[in-house]
Design a protein around this ligand. Sequence first.
Ligand SMILES: NC(=O)c1ccc[n+]([C@@H]2O[C@H](COP(=O)([O-])OP(=O)(O)OC[C@H]3O[C@@H](n4cnc5c(N)ncnc54)[C@H](OP(=O)(O)O)[C@@H]3O)[C@@H](O)[C@H]2O)c1
Length: 325
Amino acid sequence: MHAVRITAPGGPDVLTWSEVDDPEPGEGEVVIDVVAAGVNRADLLQRAGFYPPPPGASPYPGMECSGRIAAVGPGVAGWHVGDEVCALLAGGGYATKVAATASACLPVPSGVDLIDAAGLPEVACTVWSNVFTLGRLQSLDVLLVHGGGSGIGTFAIQLGAAHGARVITTARPAKHGILHDLGADVTIDYSTEDFSAAVRTATSNHGADVILDIMGASYLERNVNTLATGGRLVIIGLQGGQGAELNLGTLLTKRASIIATTLRSRPLAEKAAIVSAVREHVWPLIEAGAVRPVVHDRIPMPEAARAHRLVDTSDHIGKVLLLTP
Ligand SMILES: NC(=O)c1ccc[n+]([C@@H]2O[C@H](COP(=O)([O-])OP(=O)(O)OC[C@H]3O[C@@H](n4cnc5c(N)ncnc54)[C@H](OP(=O)(O)O)[C@@H]3O)[C@@H](O)[C@H]2O)c1
C-alpha cells in the first residue's frame, strides 16, 4: 500500500508519498480501503514534531478517514467486508489502507457522499463530547464558538443551532457570511473587536453559557470574563499558548467551570462511548439535513503537502480532504 510518511519533523515538504507495508487487522479491528482522509490542524503539529501519535498508533498522520472495509479482525461484530464507513483514528488515515478500531467506525450517514464522510468523525466526536457532554449545552443557551470557520467551528455552529442554542462566533470577516448561513446569529471579527464586549452587548450582559475555545492562554482571561453565571469554558486547542494567569475570583463569583480535553489520547472505551453517542444523537441530524459536512477542498493524497500549506494559511472554511489515487 501507499502512505504519506513524515520523513523528518519539519515543513509540508517532509510529507512523502511512499510504498509501505500493509496493515493487518488486530483483535477488535477492521482494515479499511481508504477513499478519503480529513486534514486536521493537529496533523500539522504532528508533522512539525510537536504532537507525537499515542503509543501503538500508526506513524503516518491522519485522525479520520472514510472508505470500505477490506478485512475484519477477530472479535469484531457488526461490520462486514464491503461496508462503507468513516472512522475516528489514532493515526494512519493518510494512506490507501488503515487498521481502525471497530468501535470507532461509523456508517456513512444517508445522504452524505462517501468522500465527504471522511471529514465527519473528528469534528462530530469533538463537538459532541465537548459542547454537549462536558459543556452541557441546552436549548436557548448562548454558545460562543471561537474560530467558527475551522473544521471544528463550522460543525459546532450547526450542531449548536440545531439544538436551539443562540450561536455567536469569532472569525475573520471574509468568513462571516458563510457562518451566518450555517446558523451563527452573531459573528465577531476577533482582529478588530473585543469579543468579550461584543458578546455582552449581543446578549444584554448575560454572557456565554458555553464557550468552545481553541486559543487557550491568549483568550483565557477574556473567556472567563465572557462566561455567564454557571457558564462552562471548554478548551480544546492551544493556538494562543499554554500558560496564562487567571483571577480565580471571577470564576468563583460566577460559579463557572473550565474544562480542557483532547480526544486523541482518550482510552478506547471512552472513544467508543463518544462514537456511539454521536451515532445516536448527531447522525440523525445529518441524515435530516439539519447539519452538513462543510468541505472546502478535495486534494489528491500524494499532494498532502499542498493541503497542509492551505490549512496553514487558514484560508479554508470547514474541512480539507485528501483523496486516495
Ligand atoms: N482537543 C481536541 O480533542 C481537539 C480535537 C480536534 C480539534 N482540536 C483543536 O480545534 C482547533 C480547530 O481544529 P481544526 O482542525 O478544525 O482547525 P482549522 O480548520 O485549521 O482552523 C483553525 C482556525 O483557527 C482560527 N483562528 C486563528 N486565530 C484565531 C483567533 N485569534 N481567534 C479565533 N479564531 C482564530 C482560524 O480562523 P480565521 O481564519 O477566522 O482566523 C481557523 O479557522 C485546533 O486548535 C485543534 O487543535 C482539538
